[in-house]
Design a protein around this ligand. Sequence first.
Ligand SMILES: [Fe+2]
Ligand SMILES: [Fe+2]
Length: 663
Amino acid sequence: MFTNNTDKIKKIITVIMCLIFSAAVSFAGIIGIPQRLENYGEDYLYRKLDGISENIKIIGIDDKTLDILGPYSDWNREYFADLINILNEDAENRPEIIGIDIIFSGTNNSDEDTMLAETVAGYDNIILASVLEFDNRIVREGDNFYRKTYVSNEYKPYDELAAAAEYGFTNSLNDSDGIVRKAYSLIDEEHKSFAYLIASKISDISPYSINEEIIYSTIPGEIETVSMVDVLEGNVNPSYFKDSIVLIGAYAGGMMDSYKVPCDYSKEMYGIELEANRISAFLNNKVVNDIPEYAVFIIIFVFSLFFCYLILTVNIKSSILILAGFETGYILLSYLIFRLFSVKLPLVAVTLGFVIAFILSLLYKYVELLRKRQAETQTMLFSMAEAFAEAIEGRTPYNANHTKNVAKRCVEMLDYINGLHKEGKSEYHFSKADKKQLYLAAMLHDVGKMDVPLEVMDKPTKLGTKERELRDRLSIIMLKLQNDILSGEKDKTDAEKEMEKIKRFIDNLGAFNCGRPLKDEEWQIISDMEDGSYIEKDDIHIKAGTLSDSERTVMQSHVVYTDKILSHMTFGDEYRNVRAMASNHHELLNGKGYPKHIDADGLDVMTRILTVMDIYDSLIADDRPYKKPKPVNVAFDILDEEAKAGKVDPVIVGYARELYYTE
Ligand SMILES: [Fe+2]
Ligand SMILES: [Fe+2]
C-alpha cells in the first residue's frame, strides 16, 4: 500500500548528480581551481627535462670571477670588451651569437664605455639586454574602454652601445606564486625579448603570442657553465664556442639575478640559465600549446560523467578499483597528450574531482543503504501486522476481513480528508507518515482478540452451546421435585407451582436463546427462575446481544491485550503513536469507553477515525453470527446517535457519511 516507485527517480537523480558534478569538475579544470595545487600538480607531471640545445653555452660571472676581478659594482666595462674580442678573435671558432645578459644602462662617457661600444660595433654577432617597465592605461576603441598594458620605460644600453648592436628585454613573468612559467617573446616589432631575438637570429621562428608558457629543459645548475675569468685568462679552448650561442650573465648568488622555476622548487635558476631555457624552448618549439577551452571542457566532462556514473552504479569495492583506474588512466592520458602535443590538461582539478566524487558516492551509497534498511524495516513491520491480522481473522469464520477492512477504510478516510483540506473544506491534513501510522494501528487494533476464547468471540446466541446443558440441568431439577412430592418431602402444591415455573422456562428456552433483545414478559420468566435460584445470572441474564456481563468483560479485555501485546513491540519514532491508537479504539469522547475511560482530551483525531471506522465496519458486517448486517443508512443513523450522545466525533462521522453513503 505504501511502496514507492523510487527506482526511476533514483536513476534520474543519479544522472542529474553526474551531470552537475561533471560540469563542476570541468569548470574547475578550465578556471584552474584550486590554482596553487593545480600549478604544483602540473609542474610535477608536465616536464621534459631533456636538456637545452647543445650549441647554447654559458659564460658565468661566477664567484670565482668575482673573487679574481673584484666586486661587480667596481668592474671596468673593458672586461666585457676583452671577452667579446677573445670570443671573436679566431674567425674559425667564433660563436654564432654572443648574448650578454647584463644591463649596460647609464654611462659616464668614459673611455671604457666608448671602447665597449666600439668593440661591439666591430662584430655582427652581439645581442645586448634591456629591461622594460610596463604600465596600464585606459584606451578607447569605438564605444568600448579597456585597460591596456604598454611599455612605459626601457632600461636599455647607453646610446653609444645601443647604436652598436641589437638588444632585447630580459623581463621575467612571475605567476602569483612567484614561479616563472611564462616567457615573453615579443611585444611589438620594437620590443623583442632577449631570448626571442637570439632564437630568431638562429632560426626562422614564427612569433609566439606575447607570453608563452615555455617548457623547461633543465633544472637550475644543470647547464654546463664556464667561468668568465677562465675565458678572459685564455683557459678555455676557443673551439669550445665554435658556432654556438654564447650567453654571458650573472652566475653568483650575490648578483641578485635568480628566479623560482616550475621544474625544481628547491633552488633558484640564474637569469642566464633562464634565457638559455627560453632560447632552447623557442628554437625547439618547447612551448605549451593551448587548446580551446571547450575542448578541455568536453574531455573532462566525458571522463567525469563516465566516472561518476560508474562509481554510483557499482558496489563500494568496485568503485575503489574504478577510482584507482580512472586516476591512473587520466594521469597517463594527460602525460601522453603533453608529451605528444605539448598540451597541458588540468590535473589536480580532475584527479581531486574524482576523489571528491568517490567520497560523495560513498555518502550517497550509505544514505541509500539506510533508506533501503528503513524500507525493509517498514516492510517487515507491515508484513508482521498483516500476519497478525491474518492470525486474528483466521481464528474465526465470522467477520473474517474486519481488520483489513478497518485499515483500508482508515486510509481511505485520510485520503478523503486530505482532498477536502486541499479544497479548503477541512482543517485536518495528514502526512504520508500519519497514513502509515494509522494503517498500522488499524491492522493491529484487534490483535488482543487472540487472547479471547472463541466461545465468547463467536457466541451466536445468548446461551451459545449451553442450552442443552441448561435444559438437562432443569430436567433433573424437575425430576427431583417430582421425587420430593412422591416421597412427601415437599408440599405437593408448592412443588407443582415450582415445576410449572420451570416448565414455562424450559418451554421458552428456545426463544430466549437468540441474539435479539428480550421482551418484558420474557424477562419476567427469567427473573422468576433467578429468584428461585434455578438458574445463575450468568446463564441467560443478557438483555441485548449474546454476551453475559462476565463474557462482555472478557470480550472487552481484548483492547487490554492489544496494549499488552503491542507493549512488546518496538515501533520507533516513526510509528510512535501506533500502540496508543490501537489500544484506545474503544475509548469514547465522553469518557465512557473502555478500558481506560479516556475522554476527548486524550483522543487525537486519528484515534477517533479508527474508532468510527471500527464501529462502522462492525455495523455493516454481514457475517456476524449474532446479528444481521445493518444497511449503510441505518449504520450512519446509529453513528449519528452515538455522536449526539457524545461518544464519537460528529465531524468524523460526517466525513464517513460523505465518503460511504450514497443514497
Ligand atoms: Fe475492538
Ligand atoms: Fe475492531
